[in-house]
Ligand binder design. Sequence first.
Ligand code: NAD
Length: 365
Amino acid sequence: MGLEFVYAQPVKIFFGEGKLAQLGSVLDELGVRRCVIACGKHFASEAEAMREKEPRIAAVFGAVEQNPQLAGVIETTRLARETGADAVIGIGGGSSIDTAKFAAAIALGDGEAIDYYHGEKPFPADRLTIIAVPTTAGTGSEVTQVSVVSHGTEKRTINNPAFMPKAAIVDPVLSSTVPPRTTMNTGLDAMAHALEGYWSRNHQPISDLMAIEAVRLILENLEAAYRDGSNMEARANMAYASLLGGLSFALPKTAGCHACSYPLSEDYHLPHGEACAFTLDSFVRINADERLERLCHRVGLSGTEELAERIAALKQLAGLRSRLSDLGEVDLDKLAHDCAVHGLMQNNPVKMDEAALRSMFEKLA
Ligand code: NAD
């Protein structure tokens, strides 16, 4: 069959150093009259300072945590409802953006967050405007219709057009304070998005282009951003790579490596990026084929083995956990089972059943 695809990308992207200072004109453009901010502790006082200067910011929920809990969504929704907000701004890593997305999607409904979380109530037809402002370079959540939220130990990924931001303000300056280890975790998450979008069974040509460029930028800039967080050229290139990574998996969706990240986060408490990185080099070897070889050549590598080695070296540089022995006591049967039954495993180009996953993990003993 000849070339055939459907491509759409609905988010208006404002990219550049210092862009957050133009929030007012973005609010004007989107017709926002009143909004609330959801952010983590690292940005809470800055968000309060923004509220003092910008009268349309009615309230700040400044306590979003890593692997965000539904409680943060409930609180953000309450603030949005009480203040009559017409927009929610998520400023932070994926955790804050995903909290903002969920709250914006349910604020105009009459149900409780838990009802929507468990799919017992359909998301309301109307929603608040979502503005995403990433402060890490990793998730690409600013351009996806995904929200990942936990309730207790359950971590749920919900895919819904209601979560798509209207605008993304990507200001690389905001990432200059990310600590080195989080820089590495999140940077490898972006690498996983690009590679998984590229090798997903649903890959498509425009997404592929962005994936290749994201991989190139990450290989050239992640180590520099890790070693010196104030290196703005590296930070800006990583912010761009993360955005491209988000765009490259937004339609094709991720695959085996992300499927494995869920049990690794839920049962062994690895942050999302570290959980993706845990199996990323293994999946590069497993999924090695002519297409992936072509990507490697386009980014200046000799082939897939070099790509796997570069990823392993980045993990080692930051001391990321990468062997089963780093995880404490591991129930290998459960781990292989939970990875095999995760829906994203179906997108992996090489079929991976429980036995194949067990053997992959055994090599990481
Ligand atoms: P995060 O949002 O959990 O942030 C990690 C830590 O870094 C937090 O403590 C945060 O407060 C801190 N932090 C963030 N920015 C900072 C900065 N500029 N300076 C100092 N500290 C800063 O991490 P993340 O990796 O960005 O997001 C992970 C979450 O996003 C996970 O829940 C993951 O499942 C989800 N995710 C969502 C999508 C999507 O499309 N919605 C895609 C991938 C991952």
